[in-house]
Design a protein around this ligand. Structure first.
Ligand SMILES: [Fe+2]
Length: 237
């Protein structure tokens, strides 16, 4: 399994505060049957430019790799990505493809939290039609208080990929809805969106167990197929 959404890189966003915490997060992941983790720090266009972001991300990545070597911590394959917060005109940005996952065309987009508008959804869908990008919507479950028709327009669009957080399955209050969505085939990718070792932990393994308990051991194969497609592109372009 691949965890496509995480904030494990140290000291770059509101995720892991230092390499020590990052190592602890990676230790928790080993043993969860996860072989690849995308490191996806937040990117906010109003606070950062892609070049600076990529430079900071590279330096955080190197710090983590050094710490891993020193401790000889067992570790899944780590690949760089970003969680790109939506901004108007995102599709016209010259450097947007630099924020994709690895060297793929997949881009993890965090939709806005203020009320969605038809124009916003149209812009995201247009992006999904572009040949240069494949849009993955981050943590869809955070947007269920938005206009239902607009959320469904993204979920049902065959060019838009949908990511759900492990916590959507783990939290008993939302589990039923998460499993229903999963059963309907509305979820394409899974991620822990882990930020630390206390309140937002790496818990994708737990979500995987909940899904296979409900649907059987082959239930994750559709996600694995999508993961294979993403991984292939992320590593080979
Ligand atoms: Fe996130």
């Amino acid at each position: 399994m691949i965890d496509i959404h995480s904030h494990i890189l140290p000291g770059i966003d509101d995720g892991s505060r230092d390499t020590e915490m990052s190592l602890q997060m990676l230790e928790r992941i080993s043993g969860q049957d996860i072989d690849t983790v995308f490191l996806t720090p937040h990117f906010y266009a109003d606070m950062n430019d892609p070049e600076t972001f990529i430079r900071d991300r590279r330096s955080a990545f190197m710090n983590l790799v050094e710490a891993l070597k020193e401790r000889q911590t067992p570790c899944p394959r780590l690949l760089a990505g970003a969680e790109v917060h939506y901004y108007r005109g995102i599709g016209r940005s010259e450097h947007i493809s630099k924020l994709c996952m690895g060297i793929s065309r997949f881009i993890l987009i965090e939709p806005m939290f203020r009320p969605w508008t038809p124009a916003f959804v149209d812009e995201i869908r247009e992006l999904g039609y572009s040949e240069d990008l494949k849009v993955i919507i981050a943590h869809i479950e955070r947007y269920f208080d938005q206009d239902k028709d607009l959320v469904n327009a993204l979920i049902s669009d065959p060019n838009i990929y949908i990511q759900a957080n492990a916590e959507f399955f783990v939290d008993k209050k939302t589990r039923r809805r998460a499993l229903k969505m999963f059963g309907e085939g509305s979820i394409d990718f899974l991620g822990s969106d882990c930020h630390n070792t206390t309140s937002r932990i790496p818990n994708l393994g737990e979500a995987m167990e909940i899904i296979t308990d409900k649907f059987g051991s082959s239930a994750l194969s559709r996600i694995e197929d999508n993961n294979d497609m993403l991984l292939h592109e992320a590593m080979e372009g």
